[in-house]
Write a protein that binds this ligand. Structure first.
Ligand code: F6R
Length: 243
């Protein structure tokens, strides 16, 4: 695992967008795995700026979703499908056909999870997976104690994660779904390159446990230590508890 400390979130976004630009130069139809939440926004903004300035050609790029709420009506603005379309797919000028994700409104959720794992494999696997990290060390929505070998499946959000995400739902925790579909840790580890961005002091404990603690289901992000090509990009605040 390589750890790169950058001055701030903007610099982290720029660095990772540079890495994606390199990948798209080598492999124009690369499959980019994208996370949602606040942290990756500077990555998407930097990448979109490169595409708009003509320095990066992302016209053949493909995008794969990491996770999704269960039970939000199709087209809900806070579903992760809507969010990724709005923040990544549309601004990059990609067709919705270049975008795959799990179906959070399926009547048989477990079948939708299995189908998504199959779809990821059929697409050739994720080339570069962007990850954020929860204050409790989760990646995707693999909350503490998730199996490190887990596949895409339904999970129950912890109270802490629902509190953290209430800001996307008018600060009303009652509107935050209780369940999500998430790529499992085993699924995430199949991506060829994992890039985790963590910014702000609130992530400092989770970053220290991920990078310097033992590999443990209690800290799902620590599974990155098992991956042959994992990059952790942290700003100085998120790096403040590293030894
Ligand atoms: C969401 C996801 C989550 C977030 C994490 C941090 O797709 O993968 O693991 O990355 O909850 O969220 P933010 O970035 O909003 O602090």
């Amino acid at each position: 695992m390589e750890v790169i400390i950058v001055p701030d979130a903007r610099a982290g976004g720029e660095l990772i967008a540079e890495g994606i630009a390199d990948l798209l130069w080598r492999k124009p139809d690369a499959l980019l795995g994208v996370a949602t939440g606040s942290t990756p926004l500077p990555i998407y903004e930097a990448l979109i700026a490169k595409v708009r300035s003509g320095s990066v050609d992302a016209s053949r790029a493909r995008v794969a979703q990491l996770d999704e709420y269960v039970g939000l009506p199709a087209g809900h603005p806070e579903s992760y499908r809507s969010t990724v379309l709005r923040q990544v797919v549309e601004p990059l000028g990609l067709s919705p056909d270049a975008f795959i994700g799990p179906d959070g409104s399926a009547s048989d959720v477990q079948a939708a999870c299995t189908a998504y794992d199959r779809e990821l494999a059929a697409a050739g696997g994720v080339d570069l997976q962007i990850l954020g990290i929860g204050t409790d060390g989760h990646i995707g929505f693999n909350e503490p104690c998730s199996s490190l070998a887990s596949r895409t499946r339904i999970k129950t959000l912890t109270e802490q994660t629902r509190v953290d995400n209430a800001r996307f739902f008018d600060n009303d925790i009652d509107q935050v779904p209780h369940h999500v579909i998430t790529q499992g840790i085993g699924t995430i580890l199949e991506a060829r390159h994992l890039v985790l961005l963590a910014t702000g002091e609130g992530k400092a404990d989770a970053v220290a446990a991920t990078v310097e603690g033992p590999v443990a289901a209690l800290v799902p992000a620590s599974a990155l230590q098992l991956h042959p090509h994992a990059t952790v990009v942290v700003d100085e605040a998120a790096a403040s508890k590293l030894k």
